[in-house]
Ligand binder design. Structure first.
Ligand code: ADE
Length: 352
């Protein structure tokens, strides 16, 4: 920190005390089990707390220990992840669980280098797990923490690498000065998530407002500068064929090399891919469903369809609706089937 030497300690004390009084009661905050904290941190990497909570609870019921996760089939793990998105995380988590069982006696490693060697664990995640579970003095900087610290120190104008260095160094200063490193790190995350918001920071509620340089300069809305969208959104239109036979739906396994590889989906027809080996007769669209995946905005026309010949073997399966949850699917399937079930003239019924 560039501030006076007693300042990190005073700030850390305020932050930790504020956190203890204001923290949200979240399931991974009721434990110090490194495995549970690990799962929560992986789920929280690209997903909001609200969306994560039910997945977290279900995932831990299915895989209560690292050994259970390591013993599971990847397909089942992906099924438990269905709808959370960024499936690479589930693959890495599963691969890491196997390494933890094979090389670390089933305990998440408590040495930083060993944690960093696991797939899907970077500096942020390792710091979060080791500080929260083991009280190690390791800093964390994620999007929320970065905003809090940028405002506190009025960091602006620096090149990204220099800015990053200053952020990590400030986070290190604070965690080093804290009585409880895990609480300090979570205090910074929590402050960013609930008070030091990007567009409407609630400065009067902030425990460190008196030290905040951005606030003193009246620049809290301009620091950090609003992020430009990394990529312009691209709209992709596709037809989704809902083929039913004897109470079963026709599903296809994705085979492209993207993030959703291996997930099951309703056969989707785009101009580029065509029907991909299927011969279909599709009726008029009965609904349009919108679904975003990173920068892609999918506009899916839901079309009941009939097969003109049997699907090629291998990638297709007839799946009973009640069995859908056992397969890895993206939340797109659920959205499309919800729209399909609600179409006019059809009695509403639960499809998934
Ligand atoms: N985001 C990342 N880690 C978190 C945590 N432990 N609590 C709340 N939000 C988080």
């Amino acid at each position: 920190m560039t501030a006076r030497s007693e300042e990190p300690r005073a700030l850390a004390r305020r932050l930790v005390s504020w956190y203890r009084r204001n923290r949200r009661d979240l399931p991974w905050r009721r434990t110090r089990d490194p495995y549970r904290i690990w799962v929560s941190e992986i789920m929280l990497q690209q997903t909001t707390v609200r969306a994560v909570v039910p997945y977290f609870e279900r995932f831990l019921r299915a895989y209560p220990t690292v050994a259970d996760l390591a013993a599971a089939r990847l397909n089942d793990v992906l099924a438990s992840w269905s709808g959370l998105g960024y499936y690479r995380r589930a693959r890495d988590l599963h691969a890491s669980a196997r390494i933890v069982v094979a090389r670390h006696g089933g305990r998440f490693p408590d040495r930083l280098e060993e944690a960093l060697a696991l797939p899907g664990i970077g500096r942020y995640t390792a710091g979060a797990i080791l500080s929260i579970a083991h009280g190690q003095r390791l800093p964390v900087v994620d999007g929320n923490v970065s905003r809090v610290l940028s405002r506190l120190l009025l960091l602006r104008g620096a090149a990204p690498a220099a800015r990053d260095r200053r952020l990590w160094s400030a986070a290190t200063g604070l965690v080093t000065a804290a009585s409880e490193p895990g609480d300090l790190n979570q205090a910074l995350m929590e402050l960013g998530a609930t008070v030091c918001a990007p567009l409407e920071p609630a400065c009067p509620r902030c425990p460190i407002r008196a030290a905040c340089r951005a606030r003193a300069a009246g620049l809290q809305l301009r620091v950090p500068p609003p992020r430009r969208t990394r990529r312009l959104p691209v709209t992709i239109r596709a037809d989704v064929a809902v083929v039913e036979r004897a109470g079963r739906l026709l599903l296809r396994r994705r085979r492209d090399g993207g993030l959703m590889r291996g997930l099951w989906e309703l056969p989707t027809v785009t101009r580029r891919s065509g029907a991909d080996g299927l011969r279909l007769e599709m009726s008029e669209p009965i609904a349009t469903v919108r679904h975003s995946i990173t920068y892609r905005r999918l506009e899916l026309r839901v079309r009941p369809a009939r097969l003109l010949s049997e699907p090629p073997r291998g990638r297709y399966r007839w799946v009973r609706r009640g069995d859908l949850r056992r397969l890895p699917t993206s939340s797109m399937v659920r959205k499309v089937l919800a729209a399909y079930g609600e179409r006019p003239g059809r009695r509403a019924r639960r499809l998934v």
